[in-house]
Design a protein around this ligand. Structure first.
Ligand SMILES: NC(=O)c1ccc[n+]([C@@H]2O[C@H](COP(=O)([O-])OP(=O)(O)OC[C@H]3O[C@@H](n4cnc5c(N)ncnc54)[C@H](O)[C@@H]3O)[C@@H](O)[C@H]2O)c1
Length: 263
């Protein structure tokens, strides 16, 4: 398609599905080789990246494990020689299955008063600590290379809006957004930029709600465009932040969210 990431090497966690997969494919179309880290098999993403004419590597990665995050980046370097771009897209909406989560959002069963500590902690482990360990491994490698780089975290509009029934998710995404800003400041003089994409409601396995469900109707009531986004629209935002087109942008969050934030 284009050359915005010609011969760059990108590492993408959560790359087996949804926004991570669409980002892997878009990056490949723009000339990048792509390394996918996920707990799920990445075969379909690998197939799509290779179809786009670029090289792809899948590394089974549980981002809650420090050794896995470090090994993912090490594998990218072993295969492709360096890392230029990282996207931390691995995440969960709750410790429950997605179907249970949607059911909980439609009742009050997910409120903090009925929330277990373990369920809260699990979301923090994946969405906050996992993103920190992924971003840290990427930044360490980029510093060792002495090259410029772009690290992109995937937060959410939930970083800024409280959603009843979704305390772990909202708290975790606010944490991701703050982590991003702190890392951006710490690395500002190194050439490594750190930014966040904060998606609104986007059609993926994580947000697979029926059109007539209360969840979808509520989502549309706070989305001025009255539609879900696509993973490809989120990937386009990642591409901007990954490419040199955003060379003076760091510590920012970009919200492809159908107009959710207009102030
Ligand atoms: N879909 C939306 O509406 C929406 C909105 C805002 C933010 N987001 C965020 O976008 C990111 C991607 O979500 P998505 O919508 O593509 O969902 P998804 O479920 O399609 O993809 C998430 C991926 O992360 C992987 N993953 C989960 N835990 C992991 C772990 N511990 N280690 C490695 N991989 C792990 C899953 O296996 C999956 O492949 C998430 O951080 C999510 O919170 C999504």
């Amino acid at each position: 398609m284009g050359h915005a990431l010609h011969d760059r090497v990108a590492v993408i966690t959560g790359g087996a599905s949804g926004i991570g997969r669409a980002t892997a494919v878009r990056f490949a179309e723009e000339g990048a080789d792509v390394v996918i880290g996920d707990v799920q098999p990445g075969d379909e993403t690998l197939r799509l990246v290779e179809k786009a004419g670029r090289r792809a590597l899948y590394v089974r990665t549980d981002t809650t494990l420090e050794a896995d995050c470090d090994a993912l980046v090490a594998a990218a370097v072993a295969e492709f020689g360096r890392v230029d771009v990282g996207v931390a897209s691995a995440g969960v909406s709750s410790a429950a299955s997605d179907a249970d989560r949607v059911a909980r959002l439609e009742s009050d069963a997910g409120h903090v008063t009925t929330l277990s500590t373990a369920a809260f902690q699990r979301v923090m482990d994946i969405n906050v600590t996992g993103v920190m360990m992924t971003s840290r491994a990427l930044a360490r490698q980029m510093l060792a290379q002495g090259t410029a780089g772009s690290i992109i975290t995937i937060a959410s509009t939930a970083a800024k809006i409280p959603i009843a029934g979704a305390a772990p998710y909202c708290v975790s995404k606010a944490g991701v957004w703050m982590l991003t800003k702190v890392m951006a400041l710490e690395l500002a003089t190194t050439g490594i930029r750190v930014n966040s994409v904060g998606p609104g409601f986007t059609t993926t396995p994580m947000w697979d709600v029926a059109e007539d469900s209360p969840s979808h109707q509520w989502a549309m009531s706070i989305t001025p465009m009255h539609r879900n986004g696509t993973p490809e629209e989120q990937a386009a935002a990642c591409l901007f932040l990954a490419s040199d087109e955003s060379s003076f942008v760091t510590g920012q969050i970009l919200h492809p969210a159908g107009g959710q934030f207009t102030d």
